[in-house]
Every structure is written in C-alpha cells, then in structure tokens.
Design a protein around this ligand. Sequence first.
Ligand code: PEP
Ligand code: MG
Length: 842
Amino acid sequence: MQKHADFAEFTLIEPSADVSTARHGWRAKCLQRLIRLDLPVPPTVALPCDSVRAIAAGQMPDTARLMALFGAAPLVSVRPSPENPAWGGPGTVLNVGMNAERHAALARTHGTEAADALYLRFVQAFALHVARLDPDMFSAPPASGALAAALAAYEAETDEPFPQDPARQLAEVLRSMARAWEGTTARLLRAAKGAPAEAALGLVVQGMALAIGPGRSGSGTIQFVEGVTGAPQIIGRFRGQENGPRADGGISEATLFLVADPRGPALEDVAPELFGELLRHGRICRERLREEMQIEFAIEDGAIKVIDAVRVQRSSRAAVRIAVALANDGIISREDALLRVEPRALSDLLHFQVDPRVPRDRLGRGIAASPGAATGKIVFTAAAAQASAARDEPCILVRRETAPEDIRGMHASVAVLTERGGMTSHAAVIARGLGLPAIVGASELRLNGRERTLTTADGRVLREGDTLTVDGTTGEVLAGSPAMLEPALDDGFRTLLRWADNVRDIGIRANADTPDDARTARMFEAEGIGLCRTEHMFFDEDRLTVMREMIFADTGEDRRVALERLLPMQRADFIALFDIMAGLPVCIRLFDPPLHEFLPHDREGMRELAEALDRPLSEVTRRVEALTEFNPMLGMRGVRLGITVPEIYDMQTRAIFEATVEASRRGAAVVPEIMIPLVSAKREVEIVKTRTDAVAAAVRNETGADFDYRLGVMVETPRAALRAGEIAQHSAFLSFGTNDLTQMTYGLSRDDAGRFMGSYVAQGVYREDPFHMLDEDGVGELLLIGAKRGRETRPELTVSICGEHGGNPESISFCRAAGFDYVSCSPYRVPVARLAAAHFAL
Ligand code: PEP
Ligand code: MG
C-alpha cells in the first residue's frame, strides 16, 4: 500500500487560494491569475515544490483524493511549473485516467476512432515517459489495431497489464516527472539557462478539456503579436477534431487558420463568436497580466476553455516594440518598459541579424567580437577586399590577425574574421568602431595564407570567393547566405532610449575617430566624443605616405615639412568632427601608437615605400629595423613619443586650435578637450602642457580669436592611477583607458592573451576575460584610487572611462557607483550603454 505523505500536498487553485510562484512555480501562479480574471480555466490543482521534492524522494500524496477533485471518471493533464519558465521541465502528460472503462464510455459518446486515439496517445506517453520503454515500439500513428498492439506491447515489456487505476496512473506520472527534474541531464540543461542548483519544480494537474465532441471542438493557440518583429498580428493555429471528411462532402476542418486566409478556412469565418471570445480573452490577458501572452485553448462542444498562457517568445526587436506599446497603451509604466528590455539585446537591433527561424550550417566558432551578421565572399588580403569592394561585391576579410595596414581592407569588407586575437585585439576594436560584424580568435578554423584556404575542424575547405556568413552576435561562422533580419532603428527603439535618458544619471559619450563615426555617434545620441584616436586618421593612402616621410625625415627641418603637409589634413578632420558634434564635447587624444606601426612589414611593402620615398631599399629596411622594438606596447609610444618628437604633438594641437577657431566662427562655440595618452609621470604632463599652451597662444595671436581648451590625461598605466593626485594638478580631466590599464595591471598582452584566455577562464583562473569584463577587484581598485586621489587635488575634476569596457553594462554600474561623470564606448554600443545606465538608476 502506498504510504501517503503528510506534507502540504496540493491546493485546488481558486482566486483566494494561497498560491505563489516561489512555492508552486510560475505556471501555477499564472493559472491562478487567469482564474482570477474569470477566464474559463478547467479545474486545476497545484502541487508545491516541497511536495514534488518529497515525491521524488519516495513519498506520494493521496492521488485518489486528488483525482476525486476533478469529478467522476476524470481525465487530467500534468504540466511542469518551475519557478522560472526558462528552466524548462519534463514534458506535459495528457489524458491521465484513460482506461478500458473510460475508453468504452467514450466510444459510445464520441465514436470508436476518437476514443481509440485518446487512449493510444496516453498509452504511448505513459510507456515512454513513465515506464521508459523503447520509443520505437510506441510511436505508431492512430490506426485500427494500433491501440490493441500498444497495450499488448506494454504488457509484454513490463509483465503486467497497462495500469487501469486512475489514481495509480497519476501517482506514476507524478513520480516520473518529479524524478526527471532531478536527473543529471535536466540539471545541466537548466543550469545552462541560469537556473540555480537548488531550482525546484512545482506541478500542475488540470482537468482535461476534451477537445472532441459532437459540436465544434478542437484545440489551439493564439497570440496577438508577431514574435520576431513584435508587430501586432493574430498568430496561431486551431486543430479541430479529426473526424474525417464531413457528411456533406465539404473539406475537412482538421486544421483551421485563425483569421481569414486565402489558403483555407479560418476560425474567424466559420465560428466568429468563438473567435470574438478568444480576442476578448487575449485583451484581458494583455491588460491585466500586463504582458503579451500566448494562450493555449481548447474548444469542447462549442465552449472555450483556457488551458494555459505563456509569455510570447520574442526576439530582441520584438521585446522593444512590445514594451513600448504596453507603456504607450498605459498598461505598464515607462520605467517598467525600460526594465523589460535587456540592454545587451539592443545591439541586435542595430545590425543585420541571421533570422532566428532559419537553420544554420556552422563551420566554426570564435569570440563574438562585434555584433551583427553579414554575408560575403572570402578574401584573404586587404588589397583583395578593396578590389572586391570596387566590383561592388560584398566580401569578408579573413586574416590570421589584423594590423593597422588592414584598416582600408576592413573598411572595404562587410565583416571580419580572424584566427587569432581577443576582445581588444586590433580587429575587434576597429570592427566595433566601424560597426562591422567580427569574429576573432576563431582557432577552430585553420587559415593557410599561402594556399588561400580556410579549413574547418571537420575538414571542409573554403577558398577565396566562397560565400561565408559571419555572425558576430553569436561568434558563429556559417556557410552560405542564411536569411537576414534588417536593423530596426525604429520609433520604438528611439522612444525607449529617450525614456532611458530621462532617468539615467551618468553621461554616455562615444569613441569616434572619423566623421563617419561621429555621425554614428550622433545618430545614437551620444553626448559627445569621449575618445578620438587621432592615429586612425593617418591610414588613408595619401596621408600614410606623408606620415612615412615624416617618420623617415633625417632632420628636424624635413620633419617639419612633412608635418606641415599633415597639418591641413588634421585641421580638416577636426573641423568636420566639431561641425558634426555641434558644440557637444569632443575629446581628442594625441598620437598614441609606436611609429613603426605605420611602416610596412614585408619586403614587398618596403620596396614600394623605397620607391615612394625615392630612397634605396637597404636604407628603408635599416630604418624600419631601427624603429622596431622588442616590446612596442611598452616602448616609444604615447606621451613618450610626444616628448621625444614634440613636433608631432605641436602639429596636432595647432590643428585642433585652428579647427576650434574655424568651427566656432561657423557654429556653436567649441571647447576642445585634448588628452595625453600613456602618461606615467606628472612631469610628462607639465612638458606637454607648456608646449600646448604655447601653441594655443600662437594660434590666438595669429587668428585674433579667443578660445578655451581643456587638457587632460588618459590614465592607462598603474602608476598614473597611483599618482593621480599630482597628475591632477595639471589636468582638467582624467579618462581611464582600461584596455592598456588592464594590459599593464595584469602584465597581459591584449593582442596575445586570446591564445590562452579560453583555458584560463575554463579553469577559473579568471572569472571572465578581463579585456571584456572590467576586473573590478584589481583594475577597478586602480580606478577607485585614481578617481579619489585626483578629486582630492581637484574636486571639479571630470572622471571617465574610455576603454572598451565603457560599453559594458557591468562596468557602467561600477563607474556610476564610483561617481564617474561619463563612460565612452564604441558608437554602436551607445544605445546599450544608455539603457544599461537607466537600469542602474531605476
Ligand atoms: C585604452 O587603452 O583603454 C584605450 C582606450 O586606448 P587604446 O585602445 O587606443 O590603446
Ligand atoms: Mg590605450
């Protein structure tokens, strides 16, 4: 005899019953809400998580008493009800209670065929999910003889007849579902969806609405928005009872469309009153549950039963549109609408996306370095990319890694794929800036540069010209050209972000190097430019040559001549930026990289350079070698270059001031911000400040115009953070460059760390890639120290972050808590940052 548990066994769900998501799971709670809304929900009983746990451990409630709650000879369904719907759960089992006696009764009222079909489905489900018998033996479709065969097979396999006692059937189903939840596979699956180890399962037992009958009967689902776009639309299906061709010879109504459709009959036409009732239920759910729901319903002899309702599954773009529509209709508040959209999901809307509804042929995966998806033909060199762009053929640049000389090739490509690299490698940073989808560190793919092939782990070989799709959102490299969804910078998107701006309390600027970037920054409503990396302005063909002449200059005079040619180009760059930003702050970083980055790296390139400079190849080679450093990232770069070759900064500051005068004459007054990179000592700032002040005085003199400017320091070395107190004596602002600061704090090369980062994270050495997620414990402490010491010296000091972390919601939260004035990130991450900042302020 079964021992009955003496725990709080089960609760008939009524409006006043004590049912909670924490105790009974989301489905039980949702069903109670539907019942409170007076929707026609069949009788439903909730088993709390405690009971289900006890069942898994061998106890059992009085299932005969439970069954009796549903009347005489009932059929019931059992559904999972975990606390969070995302955690899944065992499959629903229908028609519990079906036995020979019930079958006979049903055959009399509804016909043998319908009775056979119901019984067969239950025997099959029971055999599979409860008795765990071989699926092949229990998958026959309903047909004459199938029921008898299934019953016989059950008996042969289990050595006992199919259980006839409904109470025992229910007990077995409950036990199997409770135990399935505890299984290892189920645990792993839900852990992957974020469920905690102790996640519990509730169960819901519901009287079956039979969906067969002499009158209109069947079952279906209905929802009122489209799940990918979020557009209002009635979607669903209705499957009527399968009674075969109608006596009048009309078409079978086995499946009906919901709304009028040229392809076949629709519920709206054949049963307008039922359809109208569904619409009413839908409206009630939306308004009272304050959510877009998919309703599962049955029609039993012309009467609608609402069996269940779940939140409509939705893409990111649909989530935005739905949240804004609910707020605009007054159903939820604007704050709720903001909180209902996951900030990271916004980046899906800014780019093309692989349509989630289409199958994917995956060739390999890497680090999802820049979101969005693009399809193009494979090219292996920057030159081939430019040639392809000239032919108007979209191409994907595939490189081992990229270097500054690939930038033009990247510009010409629709996406970038590299075998090596991490989140802050050159390819990743540039691609994010350009808004190009990118995958880096795709080490599963083998690139053979000489043969121009790309080989997948399973041996497929791709060649130049083959079509490839880079999904930079997921990090998946896909074969061919899957269907895409277009970007959706629609009204809903803009509205939501404007609401976000009204509540957030930290500024959001963009890292923008070119006029195009600046326009993107304005489009996404950044509040200014937080970092303009001026060196990126020197890679255009004409400038690169002058730049190289400057680098090769033998005398100060030669260098001055070359810089004089660069000056008008830089001035034009800055005028364009100031014009586009229309009075918003623009923070320009002086030249940062080591000079040799501007020089060719192979023989071919050196020969071309020798030709352009009209110098012997041997001399070019020698000079390139002389400029090569063992550790360029720790070498002659940033302010060190600025102090050693001061003419470069002189030219840049002059260009900035002349552009300031010019742009201010035409439009809003400009107060440029000039930022010194890679500072580690106060004296560096003093020297640059003295020269900058002198250039400003000269330009004021020459132009007769007055202007202000702000000089600040980029904190990228641990020493600059520690000495921020004295550095702030000469700085109007400090901006933390957390890419270099992370590199130097860890002593970890940002360009090479990708090789072992996966293994480090997998073994828990680092919780996350610190180039991706700000290391709050270490690098973060330097940020706090730097900000505190800086502000002790100068309370009005502007403090910000402009490394790649600036667009990261977690880092934004950290910077906000630390009282930073703003964060600056790639233009394409500005929307994510605006929404994330709003979330933290709510
Ligand atoms: C940084 O180091 O964080 C930074 C923003 O500069 P870059 O990435 O150009 O070195
Ligand atoms: Mg840096």
